[in-house]
Design a protein around this ligand. Structure first.
Ligand code: ACO
Length: 373
């Protein structure tokens, strides 16, 4: 086996087919079930996109009403789970809180091991309905606040704001958030989705696959980058300091968070839409300094390296302006990606082959265990 035979990081390796989304590298485009993501963001709610991802078609008004009613009726989590979240150490990483909640939901779900389309749909919809409640309770306990009960009168996004801040903000803010959920919902065989498919391929259950995916998403090279972007922009501070900060970071060979992508090498198709949403947030909140820093940093880094922003670059500062704490950004990503993950889990189950690649051994030669040691 030669070096060329080894596909480190599985770069460029096609491991299976999927009908859920298509990433076209050459044109930097992304479609969910055939629809360009920009069009979905412009014309649909996150709920409609969730339905599309699971069902392959956009819902009719009647189908959407039924789907939303099911989701709204399942938002509450048990007091036992609330107590588990409240009992975790104050400095537990919010992604660990989410992972703990997913494992708990699996532990108490009588359907956890049930196979088949119907049971999987029910489990996926329960996770979709309950994850925002988990993330919101975790936010509030960090601020010393009691949970706010979910409301069946509000949309997915509105209800999340209500549970976090005890109020629903301006419609423009809710719409920006909804757009971010649409853009984060699905992205083919990214690291966390692939993790979910690997776990599913062993015939393990949906909750185990989702808990594993949460772990994969947490890392800064993947979903954790939206938090890292905000931390980075806060460290840089002002637009006039961007250039010197980048000089120093590149001298240390650091990766610049929110830039670069394994698949898109000439720009991420989701960025223009999310950038517009971020600009809308800047307008609502009067945060021109943050926009100036964002632009100066981007212009400088792209100019030097020709490496373009990914979705996490605009979404991090947009979530900041919406009022979310930085460590909650990746859990919000989970609330969106739960749709894509669970669709892939079902697709993997429907046409399964154990995912088990090979390795090229380059360790010690075979030897005998010494008798004296
Ligand atoms: N900052 C500095 N240099 C970079 C960056 C970056 N953000 N991204 C790529 N490069 C450089 C690499 O150092 C490498 O240079 P070299 O050839 O001189 O060694 C070259 O570009 C190729 O980069 P790789 O890391 O090999 O490309 P890969 O496809 O493995 O990486 C990745 C993609 C991990 C996303 C990378 O661009 C990165 O670390 N970005 C920052 C983290 C980030 O924003 N992640 C979010 C991804 S999108 C998402 O999950 C929603």
């Amino acid at each position: 086996m030669t070096e060329q035979d080894i596909k480190k990081g599985l770069a460029g390796v096609v491991v299976d087919t999927t009908k859920i989304s298509k990433v076209v590298q050459e044109t930097n485009s992304l479609t969910y079930r055939g629809y360009p993501v920009q069009e979905l963001a412009a014309n649909c709610s996150f709920e409609e996109v969730a339905y599309l991802i699971w069902n392959g078609e956009l819902p009719t008004q009647a189908q959407l009403a039924e789907f939303n009613e099911r989701e709204r009726s399942q938002r509450a989590i048990s007091q036992e789970l609330v107590d588990i979240i409240l009992g975790l150490p104050q400095d537990t990483h919010p992604m660990h809180v989410v992972q703990t909640a997913v494992a708990y939901l699996g532990a108490v779900d009588p359907e956890a091991e049930a196979e088949g389309e119907e049971a999987n749909r029910r489990k996926a919809e329960r996770l979709y309905a309950q994850l925002p409640t988990v993330v919101a309770i975790d936010h509030r306990r960090r601020h010393g606040l009691d949970p706010v009960a979910p409301s069946a009168e509000l949309s997915y996004a509105e209800n999340f704001f209500k549970m976090v801040f005890d109020e629903v903000p301006e419609p423009e803010v809710v719409r920006c958030f909804d757009i971010s959920l649409i853009l984060y919902a699905e992205h083919s065989f990214n690291a966390s989705t692939f993790t979910a498919r690997v776990i599913t391929s062993t015939t393990s259950d949906m909750y185990s696959a989702v808990a594993g995916a949460v772990g994969a998403l947490k890392g800064a090279l993947h979903g954790g980058a939206n938090e890292a972007v905000m931390a980075m922009l806060e460290e840089v501070g002002t637009a006039d300091r961007a250039s010197a900060w980048i000089d120093e970071a590149l001298a240390k060979k650091a990766k610049i968070m929110g830039f670069g992508h394994r698949v898109y090498k000439n720009g991420d198709s989701r960025v223009p839409t999310m950038r517009k949403a971020f600009e809308e947030m800047v307008k609502v909140k009067g945060a021109d300094d943050l926009l100036a820093l964002y632009n100066a940093f981007e212009e400088d880094f792209v100019g030097r390296k020709g490496i373009y922003p990914n979705l996490d670059y605009p979404s991090g500062p947009a979530y900041h302006l919406m009022g979310f704490d930085t460590p909650q950004f990746t859990p919000i990503f989970v609330m969106a990606r739960i749709t894509g993950w669970t669709a892939h889990i079902m697709e993997q189950q429907a046409s399964n082959a154990l995912i088990r690649p090979l390795s090229a051994y380059d360790g010690a030669e075979q030897r005998s265990v010494p008798t004296e040691r």
